[in-house]
Ligand binder design. Structure first.
Ligand SMILES: [Zn+2]
Length: 270
């Protein structure tokens, strides 16, 4: 154990900590958490609050309530993962509206005996959020706040956090670092099969109504979009893509569907 850990103060007990976070815990995303899980989530939230640099752009004032909402939502996916999962980046940059980012998109024109010849297109894109490989996450605050008010499968905070977890072993590619006991081959098979299925469903106009077609744009977006819906609409994901839901349960080490059913109903349907 590092000296810093020895010196770290123990977290406040539940009776102190939970009331401080109650306004956020009351949101539907956190329904079904037992007292111990809620307390552990708040401990992670405190850690996120204190270790991140919070920046409001274009005059946006970042309040304590905003920080708490973002910190607790961002911490939900790592409730049963390493608490230091986000320690490799620091910035949370908030915008007062959807924002424009300039992306460089390389295009290969031809391949010669000396190598490839290509150009780089620069495009302006309007985005609600972005997880940057070189550091911070960027969020449109109104869209982040709206995402937290309802369980509709759209949650830009969870989406960008999923990208950050995906980036723990390099670029976001839909293949995050798996845990001991998880099978790389099984992960690949399940995601490839479901990604192909979703793209076919999109072409045929048969994509489930709850699923954002953006999931079909790349394996990285498929993982991020399905992570959003895993937490917001677990019954829908488990019903329409059961093998994929199971892989997400193994990856996040939690089962939002069982949580929402409650212990008694979960037992009766086991
Ligand atoms: Zn994305």
């Amino acid at each position: 154990m590092k000296l810093f850990d020895w010196l770290r103060r123990p977290p406040p007990p539940p009776e102190i900590l939970l009331p401080q976070w109650q306004a956020v815990l009351d949101l539907p995303l956190f329904a079904g958490l037992n007292r111990d899980d809620a307390w552990r989530l708040c401990v992670l939230g405190e850690r996120f609050l204190s270790r991140k640099q919070w920046v409001g752009t274009e005059g946006l004032l970042v309040t304590d309530a905003m920080r708490r909402l973002l910190a607790l939502t961002a911490s939900l996916p790592i409730l049963n993962l390493n608490e230091d999962s986000f320690d490799d980046w620091r910035g949370v940059i908030l915008y007062p509206a959807p924002f424009v980012v300039r992306d460089a998109r390389p295009e290969m024109l031809s391949v010669t005996q000396w190598g490839g010849v290509g150009v780089v297109h620069e495009e302006d894109q309007i985005q609600l959020g972005q997880a940057r490989g070189d550091g911070p996450i960027l969020l449109s605050w109104p869209d982040a706040e709206r995402a937290s008010q309802q369980l509709d499968g759209f949650n830009v905070i969870l989406h960008e956090i999923a990208h950050k977890l995906d980036m723990l072993n390099g670029v976001a590619d839909g293949f995050p670092p798996l845990h001991r006991g998880m099978q790389r081959l099984r992960w690949t098979e399940v995601w490839q099969a479901n990604y192909r299925l979703m793209r076919w469903q999109a072409r045929m106009g048969q994509l489930p109504h709850w699923l954002d077609a953006y999931a079909c744009s790349s394996p990285a977006e498929c993982f991020a979009v399905l992570s959003e819906t895993f937490f917001e609409l677990p019954f829908a994901v488990a019903t329409d893509y059961p093998a994929l839901y199971q892989q997400l349960v193994l990856f996040y080490r939690q089962d939002p569907r069982a949580r929402l059913m409650g212990p008694h109903r979960a037992e009766s349907t086991a």
